[in-house]
Design a binder for this molecule. Structure first.
Ligand SMILES: Nc1ncnc2c1ncn2[C@@H]1O[C@H](COP(=O)(O)OP(=O)(O)O)[C@@H](O)[C@H]1O
Ligand SMILES: [Mg+2]
Length: 254
């Protein structure tokens, strides 16, 4: 078994002094997609923010390719090889596609990787980013996160508001990143699409890991997935939010 390139061990993360993540241990394998699932409010974004140094960790350790990240400011974590495509991150609409990439480039950047992955962006590189489709804008968000040359890329809900066909295109690109040697930790509401390209999966509930195992074990087993998301019988059937999330869990597979 190959060693994890990102090892998160027993971390707790707070939001404005409120504990949200409790004693979470997860590992990200090199050259693979690791999928992190969970209902709205489970703590996925808070966990990623804690790994990236954007939320306060109160316990545990984070190690990336042998470098201890805990306690380092975000930019040092970026330098160590951690990339982060944040939830609801947007593009600079008044800048061109290429300018968006150059802004993210701190001098060491390589636009070639971004353009190889997304030929759509290269074809539109002189276009104002505000004129891109929603899917293309999300490609640009991903491309920007690649400019720093990450070893591990955290991706948080990049498919929000996008059509399933566009999400599939993005998932394919994420899968391709692993063949470029970039390990991925993927948070995604279209659970089945994420599980298709992933190797290992985790499910978070109420700030704790409630499932760890191969993506294949969850793929196609909607009952099991639903149970891990919502805690089986505890989940109120008539709760609107919960019903919406269930639709998302099961949604795209059709
Ligand atoms: N900035 C914040 N301040 C206080 N509480 C927050 C903040 N952001 C999120 N939370 C709370 O932390 C919990 C986890 O939220 P979040 O990490 O965004 O979950 P997810 O990404 O899984 O939907 C929720 O209960 C949410 O209300
Ligand atoms: Mg979130």
């Amino acid at each position: 078994m190959t060693e994890d390139i990102l090892a998160v061990s027993g971390i707790s993360v707070t939001r404005g002094d409120v504990p949200v993540i409790h004693d979470v241990t997860i590992g990200v394998q090199p050259d693979a997609v690791t999928v992190l699932l969970g209902a709205n409010g489970a703590g996925k974004t808070t966990l990623l923010d804690g790994i990236a140094g954007l939320a306060k960790t109160t316990a545990g350790s984070i190690t990336l390719a042998g470098t201890a990240l805990s306690g380092l400011p975000t930019y040092r974590r970026t330098k160590a090889g951690l990339g982060y495509a944040e939830q609801s991150r947007t593009v600079f609409k008044t800048l061109t596609v290429e300018q968006n990439l150059l802004v993210a480039d701190n001098g060491s950047g390589d636009l070639g990787t971004a353009y190889r992955l997304f030929p759509e962006l290269e074809r539109r590189r002189t276009l104002g980013a505000g004129h891109l489709s929603g899917g293309e804008q999300q490609m640009l968000v991903l491309a920007r996160a690649l400019i720093s040359g990450p070893k591990v890329l955290l991706i948080d809900e990049m498919s929000l508001g996008l059509a399933p066909v566009v999400v599939r295109r993005l998932m394919t690109a994420v899968g391709e990143l692993t063949s470029l040697g970039i390990a991925i930790l993927l948070v995604e509401q279209f659970a089945n699409l994420a599980l298709e390209i992933g190797a290992r999966a985790y499910v978070l509930r109420k700030g704790q890991v409630v499932f760890e195992g191969p993506c294949a074990d969850l793929l196609g087993d909607e009952d099991l997935l639903h149970e891990h998301y919502f805690g089986g019988v505890e989940a109120p059937a008539d709760d609107d939010d919960t019903a919406g999330d269930k639709a998302m869990v099961e949604g795209e597979a059709r």
